[in-house]
Write a protein that binds this ligand. Structure first.
Ligand SMILES: Cc1ncc(COP(=O)(O)O)c(C=O)c1O
Ligand SMILES: N[C@@H](CCCC[NH3+])C(=O)O
Length: 495
C-alpha cells in the first residue's frame, strides 16, 4: 500500500500552491494555469517516488493530479469533489492528458526503436467507449476489438477500419460478417473461425485480411487468470498446428494472410518473456513466408504492467517498446527476414493510469480489536478486479488528502458478498459518511468489466481536460435495469 503519511506530506506542500482562476463551468474548478509544474512534481515525489511524465504507467495517479487552492484533489484541472457533486458517485474520471501522453509514448518509442513501419493498436477491452476511441484514433493508433460491441464502438468513435483488428476465441458468424464487410482485419484464433469465414466468403467483395494467432508457449509471472501465452490456453492455434493452418490458407482465395499474432498475458513487469516471444514469432514468420504467404505484420500483443501501489515498479513504455523492437529486429536479422510491420496491443498501460474512481463513503462498522470497515457506494460491480484477481489499489480522501492518515481501514463495497472489498487495511484519515474517496489507476478493466450485480446501475464516466469535464458515459438508472425484463402475462399481478 502507498504510504499515506508520505502522500500527506506531499499534499500539504501542494495545498500551498496558488491556483489562478480561468473561467469555470458548473461543477468545475478554475484551471490551475499558474501552477508551477516543477513544484507539483516535487510535492508529489514522496507519494510517487519516481513520477515519470514520459511513461504514465509508472505513476499511481494521472499526470495532471494536483491540489486546488483548498487542498482538494484535482485531475485534469477539475476538482474531484466538484465533479462528484455534479455527476454523482461512483464516478469514473478519465484524464485526457494522461491518455494522450501514453498514446504518444507508444508512437514515439516505436518510431525511435524500430527500423521498420509500426503501429500500436489500443486493446479496447481495457475500456471501450466512443470518447476513448476518438482520442486514440486522433493520436494515430489502431484498435483491437473482441466483439461486435467493441467493433461498433470503434467504428462509431471514428477509428478507420483498416486500423482495426477483430480478436476472439469464439467469434460469431455475425461478428465475422461485420468485420469482413467493414474491411477489418480478422485475427483467426481457431478452425471454427476459418470454417465460418469460408461459409461467408461468397459474399466477400475482396479477400478478407487475416492474422493468425498462435500460443507461443511462453510463461510469464502474472495472475493465472490473465496469462495467455502458455500452451494450455484457450486462445489461438497450438504452435504444432501452425504449419497445417498455413498450408490450408494457401488454398483459400478469399483470404489474404497479412500477419501473425501472439500475446503472452497482462500486467507483466518482466521484459524477458517479450524478448523470447520475438524469436518464436520470427520463426513463425519465416515459416509462413517460406510457404508463400507474403506476411507483412507481426503483432506481439500487449501486456505491459502498471503501478497500482507504490511498491509496483513496471518498466516504462519506452523500455518495453525498445525491448520488443530490438528483439524483433534482431530475430529477423538472424533469419534474414525482411522487417515486418511491428504491431503491439497495449490496453492497461495505455488507459489505466488516466482513470480515477470517486466514491462516497456511507456506513462505517468498527469491530473492536479486529477491523474497521468503510463502505462505499460502489464495489465489485464497478471494479471487479480485487475480487477476481486480489488486485491492490491506492486511495486518498478526495477533499482531505493532506489530513493525517491515522486509521487503518478496509474499504468495502455495497454488494451482498463478503469478498466485495476494494482496498484492504489501508491507512486513511478518519472518514465518515459523506466523505469522498478517490481510487487511482482504475482506467483499465473497471468500466469495461462492470456488471449490474445486485441490480446496481453502472457509474457515469467523465473526461476531464484543462478544467473542463465532459460526460462520456451516462449513469445507468435503476429503471434502465428493467429494460430487458419481460413479465409474462400469466404472471402479471392482477390489480
Ligand atoms: C489479445 C490481447 N491483446 C491485447 C491485450 C491487452 O493486454 P494489456 O491490457 O495487458 O496490455 C489482451 C489482454 O490481455 C489480449 O488478450
Ligand atoms: N481483465 C484483466 C486483464 C485481462 C486482459 C485481457 N486478456 C485484468 O483486469 O487485469
Amino acid at each position: 500500500m502507498t504510504s499515506i503519511s508520505e502522500s500527506r506530506a506531499a499534499a500539504m506542500v501542494m495545498s500551498s500552491e496558488t491556483v489562478t482562476g480561468a473561467e469555470s463551468r458548473p461543477g468545475q474548478s478554475p484551471v490551475p494555469s499558474a501552477q508551477p509544474a516543477a513544484a507539483v512534481a516535487a510535492a508529489l515525489r514522496p507519494f510517487e517516488p519516481e513520477r515519470d511524465t514520459a511513461s504514465p504507467n509508472r505513476n499511481l495517479t494521472p499526470l495532471t493530479t494536483a491540489l486546488d487552492g483548498e487542498g482538494r484533489l484535482q485531475v485534469g484541472g477539475c476538482t474531484l469533489s466538484e465533479l462528484a457533486r455534479t455527476y454523482g458517485t461512483p464516478l469514473y474520471v478519465l484524464d485526457e492528458a494522461t491518455l494522450r501522453a501514453t498514446c504518444r509514448a507508444y508512437r514515439q518509442a516505436l518510431a525511435a526503436a524500430y527500423p521498420g513501419p509500426s503501429l500500436a493498436l489500443y486493446a479496447s477491452k481495457a475500456n471501450s467507449s466512443l470518447a476513448i476511441t476518438a482520442i486514440v484514433a486522433e493520436e494515430g493508433l489502431g484498435l483491437d476489438a473482441v466483439s461486435a460491441g467493441e467493433l461498433l464502438t470503434a467504428l462509431g468513435g471514428g477509428m478507420p477500419s483498416e486500423r482495426i483488428v477483430l480478436h476472439g476465441n469464439n467469434k460469431s458468424r455475425e461478428e465475422l460478417a461485420l468485420a469482413a464487410v467493414q474491411g477489418v482485419t480478422v485475427v483467426v484464433d481457431n478452425w471454427r473461425d476459418l470454417e465460418l469465414l469460408a461459409e461467408l466468403s461468397p459474399s466477400f467483395e475482396q479477400p478478407v485480411r487475416l492474422m493468425l494467432r498462435f500460443t507461443p508457449g511462453i510463461e510469464c509471472h502474472t495472475h493465472e487468470y490473465i496469462r495467455t501465452g502458455h500452451l494450455d490456453s484457450k486462445f489461438g492455434f497450438d504452435p504444432d498446428q501452425l504449419e497445417t493452418v498455413l498450408h490450408h490458407l494457401l488454398g483459400c482465395p478469399w483470404a489474404q494472410l497479412t500477419g501473425l499474432h501472439a500475446h503472452i498475458g497482462s500486467q507483466i513487469f518482466e521484459l524477458q518473456p517479450h524478448r523470447d516471444l520475438a524469436g518464436v514469432m520470427a520463426d513463425a514468420l519465416k515459416l509462413a513466408r517460406d510457404l508463400g504467404h507474403p506476411v507483412t505484420d507481426l503483432n506481439v500483443g500487449g501486456g505491459l504492467g502498471i503501478r497500482y501501489v507504490a511498491s509496483d515498479d513496471p518498466p516504462s513504455i519506452e523500455a518495453w517498446v525498445r525491448t520488443v523492437a530490438e528483439a524483433v529486429a534482431e530475430a529477423c536479422r538472424q533469419r534474414s527476414l525482411e522487417l515486418p510491420r511491428l504491431l503491439c496491443e497495449p490496453g492497461r498501460s495505455l488507459v489505466a493510469t488516466a482513470g480515477v474512481t470517486v466514491y462516497t463513503v456511507g456506513s462505517r462498522k468498527e469491530i473492536p480489536g479486529m477491523r474497521t470497515y468503510l463502505a462505499v457506494d460502489g464495489g465489485m460491480s464497478d471494479n471487479p478486479r480485487p475480487i477476481t484477481y486480489q488486485s491492490l489499489y491506492t486511495a486518498l480522501l478526495a477533499d482531505r488528502p493532506g489530513a493525517e492518515a491515522s486509521e487503518t481501514v478496509t474499504v468495502a463495497g455495497k454488494h451482498c458478498e463478503s469478498g466485495d472489498v476494494l482496498l484492504r487495511d489501508i491507512a486513511l484519515p478518519p472518514a465518515t459518511s459523506g466523505d469522498l474517496l478517490a481510487v487511482f489507476a482504475t482506467g483499465a478493466y473497471n468500466a469495461s468489466m462492470a456488471s449490474n450485480y445486485n441490480r446496481i446501475p453502472r457509474p457515469a464516466a467523465v473526461l476531464v481536460h484543462e478544467g473542463l469535464a465532459d460526460l462520456v458515459q451516462r449513469r445507468e438508472q435503476p429503471e434502465d435495469l428493467l429494460r430487458y425484463d419481460v413479465l409474462p402475462a400469466r404472471l402479471t399481478p392482477v390489480a
